[in-house]
Design a protein around this ligand. Structure first.
Ligand SMILES: [Zn+2]
Length: 434
């Protein structure tokens, strides 16, 4: 009888222990988020990429993921890091602009302008820091701004003129990030590379140089995995590799008639503000009383779709934006929006409808919390945010993502499931003994 009582107490204690949730700090792994700008979802399919292939075996691969509208660098990256649609985070363009003063700030300079980024949607860095974590941004868009006066703990911002394709620097940046994790105990680092976007724009997605840069990225991923091993981070570091949008070949004469918007409406007379000549996506503010005239004129233009901001499809998640001008133009795939002349020399571009396969991008993940050999269904990039919060064991800020979409790729969706199994086994044991 005494022995039975002892056993009963032991089992009861074990059940209590199993049912107890893991303490916050216990079992929390680190997270590295890497973005390769403009990595179209299928760029690895016509190039030999042994390291990317191995990642799919050792971790998680999504067939592709869908970026938000707008398929542009800053808007899309900020959706990934906030889990908010563009209409909510309001980073509606790569360039900071003011429709009243006609001021336009180039992309690289916009990266440090807090007034462009800080609109109430808190990026993951800040939310994690407010819960006691240490975070860093290495060139990641949005990392260079302050949010309600709060900066990211460690920030490196890409300077104008920075060369994006230096493989030696790519490796040095990985070494730097590894030392942040091991020597300074950072919990979250976001690391950004400007390729293959540059090559995609300059040479087009089908050019041999694009394939060469994918091989370079593949070698870099091989280097990353060696570095993780060398720094003994294999069992404690989760890695997500993704991107902001795809890339498509720009259609040019004599193949097509390029779009010149001034052929359909007098831009000077009808518009007070415009950002055109910027890939497949354009915005403009009609002069007072001219909105319908602008809309009608553009409705007659071929190879594009014109939207009034407040009548855009719900799926764009742009209509609520206060910043976006009243008229939004999305060109058909491969058509650039030229305003008056064809000054645009890009051979590849993005900014087109996110339903187009050429705008889809990549998602890979590996590390202690991820399943291996797991092929995920395609999903919207907005769902990466709750996944990252789950991995870091932090309370997410309000967001538009859904953990249910991305949680399937995790080995154990939290400690609770394991605890339940333990309780069940112990109860079984208890009944068997008693
Ligand atoms: Zn680009």
């Amino acid at each position: 009888m005494k022995m039975r009582l002892e056993l009963f107490l032991l089992v009861t204690a074990a059940i209590c222990a199993a049912g107890k949730p893991l303490s916050k700090a216990e079992g929390r792994n680190k997270l590295l988020l890497i973005s390769f700008d403009g990595f179209r979802w299928d760029y690895d399919q016509d190039v030999d990429t042994p390291n990317l292939d191995q990642l799919a075996v050792d971790g998680v691969k999504a067939t592709y993921i869908t970026p938000p509208m707008l398929t542009m660098t800053s808007p899309s990256h900020f959706t990934t890091i906030t889990g908010r649609w563009v209409e909510d985070h309001e980073v509606v363009h790569n360039m900071m602009f003011n429709t009243k003063t006609n001021q336009k700030v180039p992309h690289k300079q916009t990266l440090t302008r807090s007034e462009w980024w800080d609109n109430g949607a808190l990026p993951l860095w800040i939310t994690a820091q407010n819960q006691g974590l240490k975070t860093a941004s290495f060139f990641f868009p949005g990392g260079g701004a302050n949010y309600s006066g709060q900066a990211v703990d460690r920030v490196l911002v890409e300077m104008p003129g920075h060369l994006d394709d230096n493989e030696t620097e790519w490796r040095q940046n990985i070494d730097t990030v590894m030392s942040w994790f091991t020597e300074e105990d950072f919990n979250l680092v976001t690391l950004y590379y400007g390729e293959p976007d540059n090559v995609g724009h300059a040479k087009g997605p089908d050019h041999p140089d694009r394939k060469a840069i994918i091989r370079q990225i593949d070698r870099t991923i091989g280097y990353l995995r060696e570095a993780i091993d060398r720094h003994h981070l294999t069992d404690t570091l989760n890695v997500i590799i993704t991107s902001d949008h795809g890339m498509t070949t720009v259609k040019k004469r004599p193949l097509v008639d390029e779009i010149i918007l001034n052929k359909y409406l007098n831009l000077i007379k009808l518009a007070s503000f415009e950002i055109l000549d910027y890939g497949g996506f354009g915005i403009l503010t009609p002069r007072p009383g001219k909105e319908q005239e602008v809309f009608d004129a553009l409705s007659n233009a071929p190879n594009l779709t014109v939207y009034k901001k407040n009548e855009m499809p719900e799926s764009f998640h742009l209509g609520k934006s206060k910043r976006l001008p009243p008229i939004v133009i999305v060109a058909d795939l491969g058509f650039n929006l030229n305003s008056r002349f064809i000054v645009y020399v890009n051979k590849g571009d993005h900014g087109f409808h996110n339903g187009e396969m050429d705008m889809k991008t990549i998602f890979r993940a590996f590390g202690p919390d991820f399943k291996t050999n797991f092929l995920s269904e395609p999903f919207d990039s907005i769902h990466i945010y709750p996944l990252m919060c789950k991995l870091l064991q932090i309370e997410p800020a309000p967001h538009n993502g859904s953990l249910a979409v991305t949680e399937k790729m995790l080995l154990h969706s939290g400690g609770s499931q394991r605890a339940q199994v333990s309780v069940a086994l112990l109860l079984l044991l208890m009944f068997a003994v008693l």
